[in-house]
Design a protein around this ligand. Structure first.
Ligand SMILES: CC(=O)N[C@H]1[C@@H](OP(=O)(O)OP(=O)(O)OC[C@H]2O[C@@H](n3ccc(=O)[nH]c3=O)[C@H](O)[C@@H]2O)O[C@H](CO)[C@@H](O)[C@@H]1O
Ligand SMILES: C=C(OP(=O)(O)O)C(=O)O
Length: 440
C-alpha cells in the first residue's frame, strides 16, 4: 500500500557515527517459514522491524500459526495451531514468501494453495524452478491466475534436483521439501548465499540431516520430524553494505555493529579498491570511511560469492563520486537499473546499454534488456524530488539525497521500508538530516 509519508533529506554533509545493523531481511522471513516445519514452537531473536517481516507474520497467521511478538525484536512462532493450507488471495503479490509456503506446507497437508508472489519488480522473477522441484518430490502442481495449488497423494519422496541457475528461493524450496521427505535428496547447482547457509544451520538445529560440500551440492537425508529452536537472526549484509556506501559517498565515517565481516565477502574488496577504508573494530563491528580520492571500478553482479545484486544500487551511487568511468554488469536480474535514469535529475551521468559489459556468463545476452550501466564521475549532485521504484533503489536514493546539496523529497518509501527498519532515528543518529513527513 502506498505510504502517505515521504522522507525529506537535507544533504551535502558527511554522515558520521555508529549504527547497529538489523537482522537480515532475507533470512528472517525464511526462518519464519522454517519454523512451520517443526512440531514445537520456535523463537527468533534479532528479527528486524521491517515491512517484509510484518507481511510474513500476516501470511503465517492467515493459516492459523500463532505469531507473537514476545519482546522487542523477538518472535515466537507456534506451528501447532495451523488449521488451513489455503493462504488467502488478499495476500497476493505481497512478497516472495507465498511460493516458499507451497513446498513447506505440503508435508503437513495433501493440498496447499498460495497466491501469486510479489516482491520488487526487477525482472520476470519466474517461479518455475520451485514448481518443478515440487513435482520432482512427487507433488502435482497447478498454476492459475490467482496463484498455485500443490497436491500429493503420498508422502513426499527425496529427489535429485539440478537447478538450472543457483536460485536462492528455489534452493530454499528444495530444502523445505527435502528435510522431511522420505529418503535422500540432492540439490545440485544450489545457491550458497550466507542466508542459505544460515537456513541450513537452523534446519540442522531443528533436527535435519544436511550435508554441504565445497561446491554447489547439498545432500539431505530426510527425517520424520523436526522440532522448534531458538535462533538469532544474523546481521543484514545488504543493510551493512548500504551504510558503508553512505559513509564513503558522503565523505563520512560510520562504524557498523552487529555485522559478520565474512558475510560481506567481495564487497570489502571492491570497496577498498575504489578508495574506501575498512577497519575491523571487533568480531562484529566494522568502521567504513573514505581513504582519499575515489577511483572507478568494473563490477559484475553475480550469485554468491560474487558481488550481490542487492549491493549494486548503493554502490552505483557511490561510483557517481569516483574519478573516472565505472562499469556495472547486472547478471542476476534483467531490469534492475531503471533507477539510474531518475538519478540524472540530481546530476548523475550514467548510460544504460543492452550489451553485456563483462565476461560473466549472462542469461540476458542479446535479449534487449538494459542490464549494463556506464557511470561517469565524479558528479556533484543537487537535490530533486524522487519516487522510489523498488527496495534497494530506495536506499540508493537516500544515499544520493545525503550527498546532494539542498532538500530532496523521496516518495514511495513503502518499498524501502519493506526491507529497512527504523530509518529516521537510526540515520538521524548518524547526523543525517532526515524527516518522515506526511504528504497525503
Ligand atoms: C526475499 C529474498 O531472499 N530475496 C532475495 C532473493 O530473491 P529470490 O530468491 O527471488 O531470487 P533468486 O535467486 O531465486 O533469483 C535469481 C534469478 O533466478 C531466476 N529464477 C528464480 C527462480 C525460478 O524459479 N526461476 C527463475 O528464473 C530469477 O528470475 C532471477 O533472475 O535472492 C536474490 C538474489 O540474490 C536477491 O536479490 C533477493 O533480495
Ligand atoms: C529484491 C529484494 O527483495 P525481494 O526479493 O523481497 O523482492 C531485495 O531484498 O533487494
Amino acid at each position: 500500500m502506498k505510504s502517505p509519508y515521504a522522507y525529506r533529506i537535507e544533504g551535502g554533509y558527511p554522515v558520521k557515527g555508529e549504527i547497529n545493523c538489523l537482522g537480515a531481511k532475507n533470512f528472517a522471513t525464511k526462518a519464519m517459514v522454517a519454523a512451520l516445519l517443526g512440531e514445537t514452537p520456535t523463537v527468533l531473536t534479532n528479527v528486524p522491524p521491517i515491512g517484509d517481516v510484518d507481511i510474513t507474520a500476516e501470511l503465517l497467521t492467515s493459516i492459523g500459526a500463532t505469531v507473537e511478538k514476545t519482546e522487542s525484536l523477538e518472535l515466537r512462532i507456534d506451528p501447532t495451531t495451523i488449521n488451513t493450507s489455503t493462504v488467502p488471495v488478499p495476500h497476493s503479490g505481497s512478497n516472495r514468501i507465498p511460493i516458499l509456503l507451497l513446498g513447506a506446507l505440503l508435508h503437513r497437508f495433501p493440498e496447499v494453495s498460495v497466491p501469486v508472489v510479489g516482491g520488487c519488480k526487477i525482472g520476470a522473477r519466474a517461479v518455475d524452478f520451485h514448481l518443478e522441484a515440487i513435482r520432482k518430490f512427487g507433488g502435482i502442481v497447478e498454476e492459475g491466475e490467482d496463484g498455485y495449488v500443490a497436491r500429493r497423494v503420498k508422502s513426499l519422496k527425496g529427489a535429485y534436483i539440478e537447478l538450472p541457475y543457483p536460485s536462492v528461493g528455489a534452493t530454499e524450496t528444495c530444502l523445505y521439501l527435502s528435510v522431511l521427505a522420505e529418503g535422500r535428496s540432492v540439490i545440485a547447482n544450489a545457491a550458497v548465499e550466507p542466508e542459505i547457509m544460515e537456513l541450513i544451520t537452523m534446519l540442522r538445529a531443528m533436527g535435519a540431516i544436511i550435508f554441504t560440500s565445497s561446491g554447489r551440492e547439498i545432500r539431505i537425508e530426510g527425517v520424520p520430524r523436526l522440532h522448534g529452536v531458538n535462533m538469532r537472526v544474523f546481521g543484514d549484509r545488504i543493510e551493512a553494505a548500504s551504510w558503508a556506501c553512505l559513509a564513503c559517498a558522503s565523505d563520512g565515517d560510520v562504524t557498523i555493529h552487529g555485522i559478520r565481516p565474512d558475510t560481506l565477502g567481495n564487497f570489502l574488496s571492491y570497496y577498498q579498491q575504489i578508495g574506501g577504508g575498512v577497519e575491523l573494530k571487533g568480531a562484529e563491528s566494522i568502521r567504513f570511511f573514505r581513504n582519499g580520492e575515489l577511483r572507478p571500478a568494473v563490477i559484475e553482479t553475480d550469485v554468491y560469492p560474487g558481488f550481490s545484486t542487492d549491493w549494486q544500487q548503493p554502490f552505483a551511487v557511490l561510483l557517481t563520486q569516483a574519478h573516472g568511468i565505472s562499469i556495472m554488469h547486472e547478471t542476476v536480474y534483467e531490469k534492475r537499473f531503471g533507477y539510474l535514469k531518475d538519478l540524472a535529475e540530481l546530476g548523475a551521468h550514467t548510460q544504460l546499454t543492452t550489451h553485456c559489459l563483462g565476461g560473466t556468463p549472462c542469461r540476458f545476452r542479446d535479449k534487449n534488456y538494459e542490464h549494463s550501466a556506464i557511470i561517469m564521475g565524479p558528479t556533484p549532485l543537487t537535490a530533486a524530488d524522487l519516487c522510489i521504484p523498488d527496495l534497494r533503489a530506495g536506499l540508493a536514493y537516500v544515499i544520493a539525497a545525503a550527498i546532494a546539496r539542498g532538500t530532496t523529497m523521496i516518495t514511495g518509501i513503502e518499498f524501502l521500508e519493506r526491507g529497512y527498519g527504523d530509518i529516521v532515528p537510526r540515520l538521524t543518529s548518524l547526523n543525517l538530516q532526515i524527516e518522515r513527513v506526511q504528504v497525503s
